[in-house]
Design a protein around this ligand. Structure first.
Ligand code: LFR
Length: 473
């Protein structure tokens, strides 16, 4: 067993954090050394990620971890999926574009003019979502592609800035739509379909691969020593979160609920039948070669973007706790809307879009803030419950309980309504599942713990007991 703590860099769509963790077979301790906002910004009509400000946050968090003085074994980075950075001769070309930029929708249309959706699914196994990398590329709107020699996904970009490594970790590669679902290798055919030269795609690595030591400039900047390894974790945040779901995968569905709600089961091999495609399920790769058969739901983005809009209107902060309490008190039938409608993808005036969704269908729109909030929570819970049950059917898993991890685990109304509508108990937590999954994979790679995913989940179960919501009649 090697000595040292491990650092998880976890970049989410609205904030990033750096966590210093200590993992042993008896426990997991975590200390947040930096938390920073992730604020996308529009420039010349295009929505970008501000990766330089994220890099600042990463450096500050890693420096703060170094100042704790304890030996550090490794660093691992996870983030949201699908987005990419372009490099030439190892240097970043421009600021990566956000998947919510409307070129994604144009690209999705363009791609479907070139390929039959059933053929595309048979090849990459993914739910048709405009945000998928293949659609972003198919838009033909990335002028930097001609100048680039390398494409990295967001966590790989940060691993590269930390270590110099040039590779793409496989769990996140599986969100691009450019991997062949059966071989789990880049598909040159899919790359060409997206208008991409396959040579721009670097080698794939699996979670648990040691990528190398820290670059000299990073050591100087952060004060970390030479022995620190950068380790590829389940770099897709959802893959890391699923590692830390304290479930028995043979009998459970999971919901990783933050900005997005990812609802599914874990299976041994991709399920590529027509029923899966029709149900809008996706086959993403998990840690240890498992497959995450899941449906991607719009998630708490609907609520956060609604609140952001009200704050803009009010010019002040809208507190979430009282809003949810009022939403819980709404009586009578709550009519639900299709949370997965593409109209909710882009940032903007969410309350008006939700109201329009109802009125365009001749239905009464929720009007008060409490009613709107309740309709969002109810619609999410309905989709979560249906998707969890459907995931079980499609994946051949006898789902007896649902585990809900991530920030959504703090939303008691959402957990309770999901339990009610699914008719199954919901176990909520851990909230920090993604960071825990990141730490666990590093700790296993550096030899601090050993074991299969089941053993890792057992450790989570022993250290983070979930909150149980039983379905009400
Ligand atoms: C969750 C997530 C989802 C992915 C979406 C966009 O944070 O990674 O799994 O579909 O963000 O990348």
């Amino acid at each position: 067993m090697s000595d040292g703590r491990v650092i998880a860099v976890d970049l989410g769509a609205t904030s990033g954090r750096v966590i210093l963790g200590e993992v042993s077979r008896d426990g997991i301790s975590m200390q947040t050394t930096a938390r920073f906002a992730n604020r996308p910004l529009r420039m010349q009509g295009r929505l970008h990620w501000d990766v330089l400000s994220l890099w600042r946050g990463v450096l500050e968090g890693v420096s703060a971890a170094a100042r704790e003085g304890a030996p550090i074994a490794s660093v691992g980075v996870d983030s949201w999926g699908v987005d990419y950075a372009l490099l030439r001769a190892g240097r970043l070309l421009g600021n990566p574009v956000h998947y919510r930029d409307d070129r994604s929708l144009r690209g999705a249309h363009a791609l479907l003019e070139r390929v039959d959706p059933a053929d595309l699914f048979a090849s990459n196994g993914l739910q048709h979502m405009p945000i998928n990398t293949i659609n972003q590329l198919a838009s033909g709107e990335d002028a930097l592609l001609d100048a680039a020699d390398t494409l990295l996904l967001i966590p790989d970009l940060f691993a590269h800035l930390l270590s110099g490594a040039v590779s793409v970790e496989r769990t996140n590669a599986s969100t691009t739509g450019l991997l062949n679902a059966e071989t789990a290798q880049w598909s040159p055919d899919l790359a060409r379909l997206a208008g991409l030269s396959p040579t721009i795609l670097p080698p794939l690595v699996d979670a648990g691969t040691a990528l190398g030591g820290l670059r000299t400039d990073v050591r100087e900047e952060t004060g970390l020593g030479g022995g620190v390894e950068v380790i590829a974790v389940g770099s897709h945040d959802t893959a890391s979160a699923v590692v830390a779901v304290p479930m028995d995968a043979a009998h459970a569905a999971y919901i990783s609920c933050g900005t997005w709600g990812l609802v599914g089961v874990e299976v041994a091999a991709p399920v590529l039948c027509e029923a899966v495609r029709e149900a809008s399920f996706t086959n993403e790769i998990g840690v240890d070669g498992r497959v995450r058969l899941l449906h991607n739901v719009m998630g708490l983005w609907l609520l956060s973007e609604t609140v952001r809009w009200w704050e803009r209107v009010d010019g002040g902060v809208v507190e979430l706790a009282p809003l949810l309490a009022e939403a819980a008190a709404v009586r009578g039938h709550v009519d639900t809307f299709d949370v997965d409608d593409d109209v909710f993808l882009a940032p903007g005036d969410m309350p008006t879009r939700i109201a329009a969704w109802y009125t365009e269908r001749g239905r009464r729109a929720p009007s008060t803030r409490a009613e709107i909030t309740r309709s969002i929570v109810e619609s999410l819970a309905r989709t979560f419950a249906d998707s969890a049950r459907r995931a079980g059917r499609l994946g051949g898993v006898d789902v007896r309980e649902i585990h809900l991890v991530g920030g959504g685990a703090l939303n008691a109304l959402l957990c309770q309504r999901t339990a009610d509508l699914a008719g199954l108990p919901v176990f909520a937590g851990p909230v920090e599942a993604t960071a825990i999954g990141n730490l666990l994979v590093q700790a296993r790679t550096s030899g601090r713990i050993v074991g299969s995913l089941d053993a890792l989940r057992d450790l989570v179960r022993r250290t983070h007991s979930p909150v149980r919501f039983d379905p009400r009649p």
